[in-house]
Write a protein that binds this ligand. Sequence first.
Ligand SMILES: [Fe+2]
Ligand SMILES: [Fe+2]
Length: 127
Amino acid sequence: MNEDFVREIEATLIYVRNAFIIPECDPSRVTEAIAVDEMRHMNWLADLIVKRGGKPSMGHKELDFGGDDLYGQLKKQIALETEGIKIYKYQIGSIDDQEVVGVLKHILDEEKRHRKEFRMRLEKIIQ
Ligand SMILES: [Fe+2]
Ligand SMILES: [Fe+2]
């Protein structure tokens, strides 16, 4: 769960930075709003970790923002959501803790929505 927590930190930081860099209003606002969702995911996971006697790990790796153009950033953001979806699906199928599974299912639904939002913005710029 600490690995999930670190991935959520990375997504939060990448989206906050990109929301400032992206000059186009709509994708910037969407990225900012989703950054807030990712921070909520951090909080939910931290709560599960602490309740089970652990401590949230803050040791994230060097961040890859997807470059300085909107295309690269959206591609990167979609890839992050896809990675999260894959990992959460696997964990939901293999973890035997109803509370954890309930939270992960909620997060999974949101990651799917995030990927859809980013894909819609990517389609707009490659038309
Ligand atoms: Fe998330
Ligand atoms: Fe997400």
